[in-house]
Design a protein around this ligand. Structure first.
Ligand code: FAD
Length: 458
C-alpha cells in the first residue's frame, strides 16, 4: 500500500469502508464485493506504475470509470463462500484493487480539419458533449447516464445509447486509443489517421473488452456535425410492430431519424409516478413511441404522422427535454420500486413482440416475479427488461429470460456488456469456437488473469 501511495499520493489510495463504498457497489445495487483498496491515478504514467505494482504483487485489478455499468463488471465480485474479508478471492492471493480513472479528464482541442478530439478515459460523456459543441461539433454517443459515465467506460462496454440508429455504437466513433496493458506497458495509437491498415486492430480489440485486457487511459474520437433543427414526438402505439410500421412512413426524405425509443404502459406509469410528470398521451395506450428527427434545413422538422394518432410533438429545447424525460427516467423508476433484475438484450427487429409475449409467458412460472417492465431502443431491436420481485442473488429469472433470448435468435447483451451478471450465460449466444478465441486473446495479454477476474469470460 505504501508503494501505491508513493505513486498517486496518500489521498488517492482509499482503504476505509466509508471511502470505498461508492466504488464497490454498482449503480443498480445488485452487485457488490470487497476490495483491498481504491486507487485513483492522475495520468497515464501513474496508471502504468499502479498496474506494475499490482501485477508484481499478484493483485487483481478492476478498472472503473463512472460506475454506471449495469452488469456488475465495474465492481468486485462477492467473496467465495468460506473465505474471509481479508482472504483470497477466486484463484488470487489478494482482494482486488479498484483502479478508478475519474481523474483522467484531459480534453484536448478539437481538430476542426478532421473532426476529431483526444480525451482522457475519465472524461464524462456530458463534458465531452459540451466540449465538442463549443467547437460546433457533436459526439455521436449519448445515453441517460451522461453526467457520470466516462469515455473509458463507454469504450470498454462498447456503449450504445439513444443515437445508435443514426451514428452507430461507440465502436464506430473510436479512431484510436491509449491503454495500459496488464504488464504495465503503454500502447498508444492516438494519431487519428482515417486510413491505417497496419496489422491487427488493437483499438477495436479494446472496444467492448470490459476491463479484462488492460486500462484505457485516453481515446481519439470522431465527431459529427450537429443538425440545424430537430423535433421530438411521443406517440401512442399498440406494440413494437405498430411502432415500426409507423416509423417506416413517418420520416420524410431529407429528414434523419436520430432516435426511436419505446416504453410499455407499465413502465410509463412508473415514470409518471416517480417524476410527477403528467401522462403524455391517453391512459389507454399500450405503448408509447418516442422519436427524434433532425434536418439540415432551418425551420420545423417535418414529420408524417397519421391524424388519428394520439401524439405530442416538441420543437423547443425545453419541451423536447420534457418529452425525453419519460424515457430517460425509466431505469431510475424501476430502481425506485426495488432492486430489479435488469436485462439488456436484442432480438431481430421484427421479433420484438413475439419475444416479449414468450418471455412473459415463461416468467409467469417463476416464483416471486411480481412485475415485468419492458422499454428500450426500438430501432436497434434492443429491449431493456426489468424483472421485479426475485432476491438479487436468485438467478431463476435470469436463466429464463436469457434462454428465451437465445431461442429467439437474439443476443444476451445488446449494449451493456456481459460483466459478472451474464458471464455464466455467454455460451447461450456465442459458439465454443468464439469463446475459445476470446480466451486465447485474454490469455495472451493477461496471462495471470489479473484484470477484472470473473467478468465477461467468468
Ligand atoms: C440511467 C442509466 C442509463 C443507461 N443507459 C445506457 C444506454 O442507453 N446505453 C448503454 O450502452 N449503456 C447505458 N447505461 C449503462 C452504462 O452507463 C454504460 O455501460 C457506460 O458505458 C458505463 O460507463 P462507466 O464509465 O460508468 O463505466 P463503469 O461502470 O465504471 O465500467 C463499466 C465496465 O467498463 C470497464 N471500464 C471502465 N473504465 C475503463 C477503462 N478506462 N479501461 C478499461 N475498462 C474500463 C469496467 O471494468 C467495467 O467492466 C446506462 C446506465 C444508467 C445508470
Amino acid at each position: 500500500m505504501r508503494d501505491l501511495r508513493g505513486v498517486v499520493g496518500d489521498e488517492h489510495v482509499l482503504v476505509e469502508a466509508d471511502g470505498m463504498s461508492a466504488y464497490v457497489v454498482d449503480w443498480s445495487r445488485r452487485f457488490s464485493g470487497p476490495a483491498l483498496a481504491v486507487v485513483r491515478p492522475a495520468d497515464t504514467e501513474q496508471v502504468a506504475a499502479v498496474v506494475r505494482l499490482c501485477a508484481a504483487g499478484g493483485v487483481p485489478m478492476i478498472p472503473q470509470g463512472g460506475n454506471t455499468g449495469l452488469v456488475g463488471g465495474s465492481v468486485p465480485g462477492p467473496l467465495p463462500s468460506g473465505s474471509s474479508a481479508s482472504g483470497a478471492q477466486g484463484p488470487h492471493a489478494s482482494l482486488p484493487v479498484v483502479v478508478s480513472t475519474r481523474r483522467l479528464t484531459r480534453l484536448d482541442a478539437v481538430d476542426d480539419l478532421s473532426g476529431q478530439v483526444t480525451v482522457g478515459a475519465g472524461a464524462v460523456l456530458a463534458d465531452v458533449h459540451a466540449h465538442a459543441r463549443a467547437a460546433r461539433w457533436e459526439y455521436g454517443v449519448d445515453l441517460a447516464a451522461r453526467d457520470s459515465a466516462t469515455i473509458g467506460g463507454t469504450i470498454a462496454t462498447n456503449a450504445g445509447g439513444i443515437r445508435v440508429c443514426c451514428h452507430g455504437m461507440t465502436r464506430r466513433q473510436v479512431v484510436g486509443i491509449e491503454a495500459v496493458l496488464p504488464d504495465g506497458s503503454v500502447l498508444s495509437h492516438l494519431g487519428g489517421l482515417p486510413k491505417d491498415n497496419t496489422g491487427y486492430d488493437l483499438t477495436g480489440l479494446f472496444v467492448g473488452s470490459e476491463g479484462t485486457l488492460g486500462i484505457v487511459t485516453a481515446a481519439r474520437l470522431a465527431l459529427v456535425r450537429p443538425a440545424t433543427a430537430s423535433s421530438v414526438a411521443l406517440i401512442a402505439v399498440e406494440d413494437a410492430a405498430d411502432a415500426l410500421n409507423l416509423l417506416r412512413n413517418a420520416v420524410p426524405t431529407g429528414v434523419r431519424l436520430l432516435a426511436a425509443e419505446i416504453l410499455d404502459a407499465a413502465m410509463l406509469r412508473h415514470v409518471v409516478e416517480i417524476s410527477g410528470l403528467p401522462m403524455p398521451v391517453g391512459d389507454e395506450a399500450a405503448h408509447v413511441l418516442l422519436i427524434e428527427t433532425e434536418s439540415a434545413d432551418r425551420g420545423d422538422v417535418e414529420l408524417h404522422l397519421p391524424e388519428d394518432r394520439d401524439a405530442v410533438v416538441a420543437v423547443d429545447p425545453s419541451d423536447k427535454a420534457d418529452l425525453w424525460a419519460y424515457r430517460e427516467r425509466a431505469a431510475e423508476a424501476a430502481s425506485a420500486i426495488g432492486v430489479p433484475h435488469r436485462f439488456d438484450v436484442s432480438v431481430p427487429l421484427g421479433g420484438w413482440d413475439a419475444f416479449v409475449v414468450d418471455m412473459k409467458h415463461r416468467l409467469a412460472d417463476v416464483a416471486d416475479v411480481d412485475e415485468v417492465l419492458v422499454f428500450g431502443h426500438l430501432a436497434d431491436g434492443n429491449l431493456h427488461v426489468e424483472v421485479l420481485g426475485p432476491e438479487p442473488g436468485d438467478e431463476r429469472a435470469d436463466e429464463v429470460v436469457l434462454r428465451c433470448v437465445a431461442d429467439h435468435r437474439g443476443s444476451i447483451s445488446a449494449e451493456h456488456g456481459v460483466g459478472r451478471a451474464k458471464a455464466a450465460y455467454l455460451h447461450l449466444t456465442r459458439s465454443p469456437a468464439e469463446i475459445t478465441a476470446m480466451r486465447a486473446i485474454k490469455c495472451a495479454l493477461d496471462p495471470h488473469g489479473l484484470f477484472n477476474p470473473g467478468a465477461l469470460l467468468g
